[in-house]
Write a protein that binds this ligand. Structure first.
Ligand SMILES: [Zn+2]
Length: 273
């Protein structure tokens, strides 16, 4: 091989391996905080405390096991508006974003019945009545409406394309984490679902919201506060994150397929054999 062709190849390999090996950047969002207590379980169990415990332990796990750079939207029990969580997440330019919550039911009868884990990614419409209700509960603390940036048309389109890619990856991330959660905990599988969560809107990376269980359930609720059960949740989420990053990095390491524009629509050119 001639030097002229070898040099770009070597540069490409160096760039690709640097991208594949750099440490992952992850933002973890512990839901609620401060005056926003979130859902309440029996006794003294409160969602804002349980999810902060899980978020901190998850950070430690991801740092030690993967050498990831992990950022928490909140470190302590303070009020943090949803738009600030989104801005914080985007400022870190993460590979992925995870918001951690615990679910609850309003009536005694429903509290006794509803249990299990749900993993969500963003969509404009909810995947069902229960997903809609969960999003309504979690969105309740949102205040002012979101500002829309008025950029040029091109950057709008580019942002939109970036969001579409992040959206597809959000669904991948959700499935990767959810499978691990169900097999590690044996909890009731309430599925991967979609709903319009404010905290996921505007996040530019792949983003999921995990309802780690029903804090209002007589058996599952108390479990969420126990270190042993939290360990299962954390290990499962870490496994899911690893699986997702491995899959995405393998894909992104492949040479890109050129895109040509024909008749106003973008068409992917067939990959050469
Ligand atoms: Zn919540």
């Amino acid at each position: 091989m001639k030097l002229r062709t070898l040099v770009p190849l070597v540069l490409l390999l160096v760039a690709t391996s640097a991208r594949a090996e750099r440490s992952a950047r992850i933002v973890i969002d512990a839901g609620h905080g401060g005056s926003q207590e979130g859902a309440k379980g029996s006794g003294t169990l409160i969602e804002k405390e349980v999810v902060l415990q899980i978020a901190k332990k998850l950070r430690e796990r991801l740092e030690t096991e993967m050498g990831a750079q992990v950022f928490l939207t909140r470190e302590k029990d303070g009020t943090l508006p949803l738009p600030q969580r989104v801005d914080f997440a985007n400022s870190k330019r993460p590979d992925l974003f995870i918001s951690i919550h615990a679910n609850s039911m309003p009536t005694k009868k429903m509290r006794e019945r509803a249990e299990g884990i749900e993993t969500y990614f963003l969509s404009a419409t909810a995947s069902g009545a229960s997903a809609r209700a969960t999003a309504d509960r979690e969105n309740a603390e949102a205040g002012a409406s979101h500002t829309v940036q008025s950029d040029s048309t091109l950057s709008f389109i580019l942002n939109d394309l970036a969001r579409m890619e992040a959206h597809v990856d959000s669904s991948r991330l959700a499935y990767s984490i959810h499978q691990q959660l169900i097999s590690a905990t044996g909890a009731s599988d309430r599925g991967v679902q979609q709903a319009p969560f404010f905290v996921l809107m505007g996040v530019e990376s792949p983003a999921v919201l995990i309802e780690v269980g029903y804090i209002s359930h007589p058996q599952e609720g108390p479990q969420l506060g126990k270190a042993e059960y939290q360990e299962k949740l954390i290990s499962a989420i870490a496994q899911g994150v690893k699986g997702f990053l491995g899959e995405v990095r393998k894909r992104d390491a492949r040479p890109e397929v050129p895109v040509t524009v024909e008749g106003g629509s973008a068409v992917a050119a067939p990959a050469s054999p």
